[in-house]
Design a protein around this ligand. Structure first.
Ligand SMILES: Cc1cc2nc3c(=O)[nH]c(=O)nc-3n(C[C@H](O)[C@H](O)[C@H](O)COP(=O)(O)O)c2cc1C
Length: 221
């Protein structure tokens, strides 16, 4: 079935995107306003887009027209934030921090979470999260109802028991037990159903297909 995005309303476009582009990782963001008031929120329009420079991006919308998410207001104001990743054990507390509280509510307190100091930015990290990235704002791309926040990762904290080999920077990824956001308002995925598929070197592909270019069939040259 074709859904022509020119013909449908914004809400329906959103629905189609979030029920197909899945699973999405979740950025559990801690930020502060200029007075130091702490704020936490969950964002699944999130991913890493470059390793070097290390860049993450987060799409932050409005609570309602004219009232942007508090995280976006804080990041505009202070240019710093921490992206914490969400494990299965963190799921319920993450969901509490995503309640649409007023701006003066500290969601971390509401969810019974504790914080640890950051080393490169002012906002602290969530102690209960397995991975935290200290970030500084690079740019906010204005997408209308959404601000796309591009952040440079300055430092990463990984819980000690999740590091396989610190010198080689090997992390025990399955042990992070991270969750991803799926469709609808409440579906999530675990990251425990894995399979391994090694990359194919071009020489191995040529040998297998018996062609010089690797492309079998009448279009190959
Ligand atoms: C798993 C999950 C993912 C979410 N992803 C987004 C998102 O990508 N963008 C967004 O604007 N809101 C998203 N929300 C809603 C915000 O978390 C919610 O509006 C929150 O109150 C924002 O907090 P803040 O106003 O303190 O920044 C998500 C909520 C949940 C539970």
């Amino acid at each position: 079935m074709l859904f022509d995005f020119k013909e449908i309303a914004g809400k329906e476009r959103y629905k189609l995107l979030v029920s197909t582009v899945t699973p999405r990782p979740i950025a559990w963001i801690v930020s502060q306003d200029a007075q130091g008031l702490l704020n936490a929120g969950a964002f699944s329009f999130f991913n890493a887009f470059s390793g070097d420079p290390p860049v993450v991006a987060i799409g932050m919308g409005n609570h309602k027209p004219g009232r942007p998410k508090d995280s976006l207001v804080n990041i505009r104001e202070t240019s710093q934030f921490v992206v914490n990743l969400v494990s299965e054990e963190n799921a319920e507390q993450m969901n509490i921090t995503a309640i649409e509280f007023d701006a003066d509510v500290n969601e971390l307190e509401q969810a019974g979470l504790t914080t640890l100091p950051s080393v490169r930015v002012k906002p602290p990290r969530i102690a209960e999260s397995p991975v935290a990235m200290e970030c500084e704002l690079m740019q906010i791309v204005d997408l209308g109802e959404t601000g796309l926040v591009l952040g440079r990762v300055l430092a990463m904290h990984v819980r000690d028991d999740l590091v396989l080999d610190a010198a080689s920077h090997y992390i025990d990824t399955p042990k992070l037990r991270l969750i991803g956001r799926m469709h609808g308002r409440g579906w999530y995925a675990r990251t425990s159903d894995l399979f391994d598929m090694p990359r194919i070197p071009v020489a191995a592909w040529k040998m297998k297909t018996g062609t010089a270019s690797g492309a079998a069939g009448k279009n190959s040259r």
